[in-house]
Design a protein. Sequence first.
Length: 156
Amino acid sequence: MKKWIKYSLVAGGLFVLAAGLAFMIIFHLPYQKNQNRLNAILNDILVANGYEYDNYFNEYQSDDLYYILAIKEADANIFVVINDENQLVAKRVNNRLEDKVFVDAFEEKYSVSPSALEVGYENSTMVAALKYVGEEELIYAYYNLNTGELIKAYIL
């Protein structure tokens, strides 16, 4: 009877070890590989353009792929949009105080608080992209960063 307990504990330990290894291979390694890829892209953009990073970087997929980052430039915080060929597409002063305006508009229109807000680039316009993930619905809303106008929204 004691051998049975010993073998069960060893088998259980091996199972936990195998499950942890499988988790690393299936989930963590692809995530880490993608993070390393994004860090390399960010570094390439910063070096190629001489930017000083200001703690915001986002890979944004619209009709095309864009990289949006916050930079410091002559005492101003700026958002820049870079395409996948490392060319500047758009530039705008970063006024994060405006976030509340977009969140308030979203809450007023949909009666829920957004779960995420990021800067995006849609229809050649910099946008505040807000997302709500609920139990029974998913809402995406895009507001023009310059005018505050709702450009488009999806409710799924």
